[in-house]
Write a protein that binds this ligand. Structure first.
Ligand SMILES: CC/C=C\C/C=C\C[C@@H](O)/C=C/C=C/C=C\[C@@H](O)CCCC(=O)O
Ligand SMILES: [Zn+2]
Length: 617
């Protein structure tokens, strides 16, 4: 197992305390034939000590380094590239042989591997249009190093510009403002696309997508992008984007990133959404047709402040990004739909947390709010824990320290204080004590060790308003308690006034109980029509209920769902359930073996690990 790779970040070789990257320029060509990016990166660096800082230490993963020079003088710079270490890649140390300068620009000519873990290359037949290839990236947490040599720690932030050459018939988008295109003077099949991100960002927010894309305007600062087959559906689904942005600004401060665009990626995109600045990446599983899954957009918008502006210093403090973002996402929900909606979402979040804790096991180290990630690939530790345990801590503090308005003022102070910076949990807590100096006794009453460093569920469960959850709780209880010969008490009217989020909550409540008898699921399906519902959140929970009940009728649709989309939140639990049942195991393994080559590499890797740990020895 790899030890702590550097003093401040267990998952990065970089040593920004010696020499830090201050500005980046990328000059790359997208090669669909070879599945690689090639070209150069200019890293403008600042030595911490003019005479003592002798090298620039970077992260790389599966990169071929061709040449390193001083970008201004052209002088060659010596370097050493270390042996690869598990998922962390190889340390690249560039010798800076000019003791008289404090700042310099290092140019690295390189190319990526066709296996770069940040990139998924799709053949035309894997796209909706079937005519053109497609490329997208996912750099969080530590994959940026597979597309560029960089200080791949969220402690380092830099603005970037980019010049990307790609096939002329395709569109290129990046996590930056578009700055024009032109025909490539030396190759008529290519177009040059320019970008600029003026706000300093951490490496994990670097993003690129290349495909046959169209856009629709959905607000004064927003377009939605996708292949043309989905773009109108997407424009309808995400029409509330501007209202959400304004709600975020109302809670915190003006949106500083200029543009807020969305792109609906192909179904293999492993997450619900990714907060890439200026262009949120989302999964097509959000396209429910009724805007009911748009809370993911509120979440990604919230990251414009918490995560992208105020950033966790390393991945052990990921809860600072996600806990605050869930808190703000639910504040946006409250601005748009009322306080009862915020509480309803919090009730659902508690159950998601319980499911995540149970899935690791309650004593597991990855259930700590602040985990030790020494030698741990952050992808392996990822779960709902930092999101929901983090939210619960913040909601608990809100209640303790004076209520929603008092805590909103604190949140504004927090963002204002740490904007453009990266921080640790200790720094957060220090500022909290400083801000609430008159409430020190209350803060001292918090069991900080249990909240931050103990495994399992939080030490306190807040009291949420149950107005919207009550109907779901009572209907779930009726189903759980009804004798099999009394199922005629149920009718389609039971769910007539429930919205799709309440249906999802009903299923979530049933999922945390002992499996239901198949006869109840059959009756429920006849009356409520769950099998016909295409809302991905409902479908997912319905199929899980079926698999846990050992209902043969769930197996085919579950295998279909894990192949038609690749969002890990759905794909991993469904595969785990399919593996766990002896009767579906062989079909699940066969389906995975057949499809893994088309899956996103992170998803395929994690499903393979799940399969291993679920296979009876
Ligand atoms: C304690 C774990 C520490 C660090 C993990 C950080 C990143 C892990 C990596 O797997 C990337 C995660 C990216 C997440 C992006 C978006 C999420 O909000 C999606 C949540 C799940 C979903 O809705 O599909
Ligand atoms: Zn998030």
């Amino acid at each position: 197992m790899a030890g702590r790779l550097s003093v401040s970040d267990p998952n990065s070789f970089s040593q920004p305390e010696i020499c830090v990257v201050k500005r980046i320029h990328l000059n790359l060509t997208v090669n669909f034939a070879l599945h690689l990016l090639s070209g150069s990166i200019d890293l403008s660096v600042e030595k911490k000590s003019k005479t003592e800082s002798k090298s620039l230490v970077l992260d790389t993963k599966d990169l071929t380094i061709e040449q390193i020079t001083n970008a201004v003088t052209g002088a060659t710079l010596d370097y050493t590239l270390g042996e690869p270490v598990e998922s962390f890649g190889s340390k690249l140390e560039v010798i800076l042989n000019d003791p008289d300068t404090e700042c310099m620009t290092v140019r690295i000519k390189y190319k990526t591997s066709s296996e770069a873990s940040a990139l998924q290359w799709l053949a035309p037949e894997q796209t909706a249009g079937k005519k053109h290839p497609y490329l997208f990236s996912q750099c969080q947490a530590i994959h940026a190093r597979s597309i560029m040599p960089c200080q791949d720690t969220p402690a380092v932030k830099a603005p970037y510009t980019a010049e990307i050459r790609a096939p002329a018939e395709l569109v290129v988008l990046m996590s930056a403002v578009r700055n024009g295109t032109e025909a490539d003077a030396s190759n008529s099949t290519l177009t040059v696309h320019r970008f600029e991100q003026k706000v300093p960002i951490p490496s994990y927010l670097t993003a690129i997508v290349v495909g046959a894309l169209e856009s629709r305007k959905i607000g004064p600062r927003s377009h939605v992008w996708s292949e043309k087959e989905l773009v109108d559906k997407a424009a309808y689904e995400f029409a509330e984007t501007e209202e959400m942005l304004k709600a975020g600004e109302d809670v915190l401060s003006p949106y500083i990133w200029g543009v807020y665009d969305l792109i609906v990626l192909p179904p293999s995109f492993p997450f619900g959404g990714m907060e890439n600045p200026c262009i949120t990446f989302v999964t097509p599983t959000l396209l429910a047709g009724d805007r009911s899954l748009a809370s993911v957009i509120a979440h990604e918008i919230a990251h414009s402040w918490t995560g992208n502006l105020v950033t966790n210093a390393n991945w052990e403090h990921f809860w600072l990004n996600e806990g605050h973002t869930v808190y703000l996402e639910r504040k946006i929900a409250a601005r748009m739909a009322g306080e009862t909606e915020r509480h309803f979402e919090a009730v659902g979040g508690w159950k998601d947390l319980q499911a995540a804790v149970d899935s690791f096991s309650p004593g597991h180290a990855h259930t700590h709010l602040v985990p030790d990630l020494t030698g741990v690939d952050p992808d392996d530790a990822f779960s709902a824990v930092p999101y929901e345990k983090g939210f619960t801590l913040l909601f608990y503090l809100e209640t303790l320290l004076g209520g929603a308005e008092v805590f909103e003022a604190w949140l504004r102070h927090y963002v204002n204080h740490f904007q453009y910076k990266s921080l640790t949990t200790d720094e957060w807590r220090h500022l909290l004590y400083d801000y609430f100096a008159d409430k020190k006794d209350l803060l001292d009453s918090v069991d900080w060790d249990a909240w931050l460093y103990a495994p399992g569920m939080p030490p306190v469960q807040p009291n949420y308003d149950l107005t919207l959850a009550d109907a779901c709780v009572s209907l779930s209880r009726r189903w759980l308690e009804a004798p099999l010969n009394k199922l005629d008490q149920f009718s389609g009217d039971d769910v007539k006034t429930m919205n799709s989020r309440q249906l999802r909550e009903l299923l979530a409540l049933l999922l945390v109980e002992e499996p239901l008898p198949i006869a109840k699921l059959e009756a429920m399906d006849t009356l409520y029509g769950f099998s016909a519902m295409m809302n991905a959140e409902i479908r997912f929970r319905w199929l899980r209920l079926g698999l846990r009940a050992r209902w043969q009728r769930a197996v085919g649709p579950a295998l279909h769902m894990v192949t038609e989309q690749g969002r890990m939140k759905f794909t991993r639990p469904l595969y785990r359930d399919l593996f766990a049942w002896e009767e579906s195991r062989a079909r699940a393994v066969a389906t995975f073996e057949k499809n893994k080559g088309f899956m996103h590499s992170t998803t395929a890797g994690l499903v393979a690990k799940d399969l291993e740990s679920n296979t009876p020895k």
